[in-house]
Design a protein around this ligand. Sequence first.
Ligand SMILES: [Zn+2]
Length: 337
Amino acid sequence: MSGGISKAVTNAMDIGANSFALFLKSPRKWVSPDIPDAEAEKFAELCKKYGYNPRTDILPHGSYFINLGNPDPEKEEKAYGSFLDDLKRCEKLNIGLYNFHPGSSLDSDHGEALERLAKNINKAIKETEFVKIVIENMAGHGNLIGSNLQDIRDVIDMVEDKSRVGVCLDTCHSFAAGYDISDEEKFNAFLKQFDDIIGAEYLSAIHLNDSKAPLGANRDLHQKLGYGFLGLEVFRVIANCDRLKTIPIILETPVGNDDSVYGEEIKLLEWLEGRSIDDGEFVAKTEELSKLGSKERDEHLKKFEAKTAKSEKKTGTKKRTVKVEITTMVSKKTKTK
Ligand SMILES: [Zn+2]
C-alpha cells in the first residue's frame, strides 16, 4: 500500500494474486490520516478493472497492538478506537472482511478477557454496517487469546450478530500452538475439530505460512512454504482442498521487501493443484525446499530443545516430543517405486 492504498490492488495484480491482504493504515501507529475520497474511488475502480470483489477477495490485517481484551480500561478504549477506525476504513473501501489478532489477557483473568473482547466486537458491529470481523487463531505464547479453538468458540458464543463474525486459520500459528497439520490426515482431522468446536460456517480465511519453529513451540515465526517444520505436503493438501476454494488464502511468508517472492509462491500453489503425494516432481520439490530450510530448522530446533530442557528442570515435568522429520513419508513412497 505504500504510495496510496489503491496501490495494493495493482501490486496484487502484478504478482498474480486473486485475493490479497493489506494494512488499512500504518500497523504500528495509533493514528493515521483518513483515506482520501479520491483514493477510495481509485481503489474501487482498480478492483473492478482487475476483477477483485472487495466484499470477498480482500482481507485487511488489523494493527498489531490492538488488544480488545486489555484489562486496563484506558488502554482497552484506545484499542477499541483503533479497531473501529480500521472497520470504518474497510467500509469506506467496500471491503467485506477484516482480520485481527484477538489480543491477550495479559495478567488478568482469561475468561474476563474473552468477555471484554466479545463486548467490544458487539459494540463495533453496532457501529458499522456490513464488514465481517475475522478472528485469527494464535501461536499460544503467554496469555494470548485464541491459541486454542475453544477460546474462539467462547468469544463467538458471546457475539450477538453471528453473521458478522468469522475465523481465519493461520497454518503457522496452528502448528506452533500444538495442532499438528503436517499431512492430509492430520490437516483434515484439524478441520474436523474446527467444525466440531467452532462450526464450518465460520471459516472465513486462511493465512498460509510454514513454521520456522517446531510443533508446539508457541513461537510465531513464519517461514516460506516448504522450508519449515510443516513442509510442503500440507500446502499441497490445501491447494487441492475444495472447501477452501471460496475463501481468501493469504501468504504472510517472510519475503523481505521483495513482493515478487509471493508471486513465486502463488505459482507454486497453482503447480500443486491436481498433484498427488506420490507425484515424482512433487517429491523432488518437497526435498528441494526442505533442504533450503534445513539450516534455519536446525537452529530453531536447538533453541526449542534448550528452552524445553530449561522448563523441565524448573518444573520437573517432561514436555511431549516433537516431530522433526518432515519428508520421510513422501520419500519412502518414491524409494519403493
Ligand atoms: Zn497470520
